[in-house]
Design a protein around this ligand. Structure first.
Ligand code: COA
Length: 224
């Protein structure tokens, strides 16, 4: 198996990333170039790409939020401010996974795992309390005439069914916390549904501020 490395995304990666995204989601509206630029400006360390042989083969993008503001029902569009990440809040304690994808020809080679490990490292490094995300459920549509989405997810948790995304996330140590209805209405394969998942950072230290809180308070102090 070839070596996978993860690094922070740079502005020069945007073209390759957009091309890869088109192959991953041929039917979903692609990111806008200016939104990707926003994401990189607002929270550069939260935007990760995976490389193999110096080619971009996947990405994981994140922002930081105050989870109490978002824990109820929300959509992808609301929590990411339509992909601009202007909802990023350096006072937050939660790293929110807005997207992760891997080159369709390279799935099952631990690229997704390496990206998730990059996210966990970032969460530990910033002293954040947890990672949350709302994962697609792309296996649901095929059986949606037979069962509710709640039963579908239970069957994935019980091991009766395999979902291409949720099964990966469970394998990565995330916990299922509930259904987000109409999270991404254009995601036909998931019937617009998503699973709210969470990973709690075992090294989180509540006696310390998060690295982003420290950085933003020192910025405020030194503003003229
Ligand atoms: C979900 C996705 C990122 C997984 O990436 P990947 O590189 O194929 O996953 P990995 O090879 O790193 O798998 C990590 C572990 O999860 C398991 N896993 C991955 N896909 C799985 C699946 N479909 N079913 C069951 N287990 C799975 C692997 O077996 C592996 O387990 P191991 O630790 O025993 O080796 C990838 O399938 C993808 O890009 N999907 C399309 C985009 C998408 O829908 N993203 C989710 C947005 S919410």
């Amino acid at each position: 198996m070839k070596k996978v490395t993860v690094r922070a995304t740079k502005p020069g990666d945007v073209d390759a990333l957009l091309q890869l995204q088109k192959r991953v989601y041929p039917t979903i509206t692609p990111w806008r170039r200016d939104h990707l630029a926003n994401q990189l400006e607002i929270f550069p360390e939260g935007q990760l790409i995976a490389e193999m042989d110096q080619h971009i083969v996947g990405c994981a993008s994140s922002l930081v939020i105050l989870w109490d503001e978002w824990a109820d029902e929300h959509t992808w569009c609301e929590i990411t401010a339509a992909g601009t990440f202007s909802t990023h809040n350096p006072d937050g304690f939660t790293l929110y996974g807005a997207e992760v994808f891997v080159d369709p020809g390279l799935r099952g080679q631990r690229v997704g795992h390496t990206l998730y490990e990059g996210r966990r490292q970032l969460c530990r490094h910033l002293n954040l309390r947890r990672i949350t995300a709302c994962g697609r459920l792309p296996g649901y549509r095929a059986v949606s005439h037979l069962m509710s989405v709640e039963l579908y997810v239970k069957k994935v948790l019980w091991g009766d069914l395999v979902d291409p995304v949720l099964s990966f996330q469970l394998r990565e140590g995330f916990h299922f916390c509930g259904i987000m209805s109409d999270y991404l209405p254009e995601d036909d394969d998931s019937c617009g549904q998503a699973s709210l998942i969470a990973w709690v950072n075992p090294t989180y230290d509540p006696t310390r501020q998060t690295a982003l809180q420290i950085a933003s308070s020192s910025l405020t102090e030194f503003q003229p």
